[in-house]
Write a protein that binds this ligand. Structure first.
Ligand code: PLP
Ligand code: CA
Length: 304
């Protein structure tokens, strides 16, 4: 009754939607794969869309690998026709932001994995070398004089010293504060979870009293990167497919795209319905337009 969205679609409705759209944005973890295992049928969905002349891009908040690694990962998991130009990760987009938007006039202090640092180096962004003695403390380590940005992402080798140094750099109001993404946590197999970049960003936000600029979903910047590389992409022609309401569906809404939740990942349909029924209208941006159990539900639409 006047509630929009959360429409579970199947069969002919999926076929009509796939015909109507010409640009597909897929989140990766929870949609295309779970860690190292492809979602059943996903590779066939991707190759069928590409063969029909649709544009397909991948939009991931995972900042731990450079883009080449994703090309290899796609290939390894059976997606044999995915190219570098189709991959938009929060690490790649962070590099573009530093290089093309803020044109950072000095070094970047990075909290993150080697893959993030490699992506920045490829874009020619100078990063502070981390060569700390493991026993060093903030009292006896040197701070680089020309740090103009702190970039925080998922870091599996996080130390207290890195947080302390980042906090010191952020005392300079001219030093930018960026986060690759703000994901709170990620599911692992066996019911375990991994704290996400958002948990590290939160620690530095408290320490610095500042708010980070977020590059990844749900911020619009990743869509700006896509539009500048795929000329003339019309938001009305796009479908954003994701598994997380707070990142993927909000990203789609923020960019004016139709959104689809697939139930192979983090968010459940009940959470989407709660947001839909909420009196708070800001929650309505988290509601998907469409819901499917899995993107494998697209497959019958490709049969003649
Ligand atoms: N960041 C890290 C470190 C991850 O492990 C994951 C998922 O596994 C993500 C981000 C989320 O990736 P995506 O946006 O593809 O769901
Ligand atoms: Ca995901």
């Amino acid at each position: 009754f006047g509630f929009k969205g959360c429409q579970k679609i199947r069969g002919p409705q999926i076929r009509n939607l796939l015909e109507a759209k010409d640009f597909f944005l897929f989140d990766c973890d929870g949609v295309i794969w779970h860690g190292e295992n492809a979602i059943t049928g996903a590779a066939k969905v991707v190759s069928s869309l590409i063969r029909r002349g649709k544009n397909v891009v991948f939009v991931t908040n995972n900042c731990t690998r450079p883009r080449e690694n994703y090309v290899h990962k796609f290939y390894r998991l059976g997606f044999t026709d995915v190219m570098l130009e189709q991959i938009f990760s929060s690490s790649y987009c962070s590099a573009l932001y530093l290089r093309d938007v803020v044109k950072v006039p000095g070094q970047v202090f990075v909290i993150g994995c080697d893959g993030l640092r490699r992506e920045l180096q490829e874009a020619g962004i100078p990063c502070v070398e981390e060569a700390d003695d493991p026993d060093a403390t903030i009292y006896d380590c040197a701070l680089a004089p020309d740090v103009k940005a702190v970039l925080v992402g998922h870091d599996d080798k996080l130390t207290f010293l890195k947080l302390a140094k980042a906090s010191c750099y952020l005392k300079d109001p001219e030093c930018l504060f960026l986060a690759t993404d703000n994901d709170p946590w990620h599911p692992l197999s066996g019911g375990r979870i991994l704290p996400g970049s958002g948990s590290l960003t939160a620690a530095l936000e408290v320490a610095s009293g500042r708010k980070a600029t977020v590059i990844g979903k749900p911020s619009r910047f990743m869509f700006e990167c896509i539009s500048s590389q795929f000329r003339g992409v019309d938001p009305a022609q796009c479908l954003m497919v994701g598994d997380r309401l707070e990142t993927d569906m909000l990203f789609g809404s923020n960019c004016g795209l139709d959104t689809m939740l697939t139930l192979t990942g983090v968010s459940q349909i009940e959470e989407a319905q709660e947001y839909r029924n909420s009196d708070q209208t800001t929650n309505h941006s988290l509601v998907p337009d469409y819901v499917v159990d899995t993107i494998a539900d697209f497959l019958p639409a490709f049969e003649e």
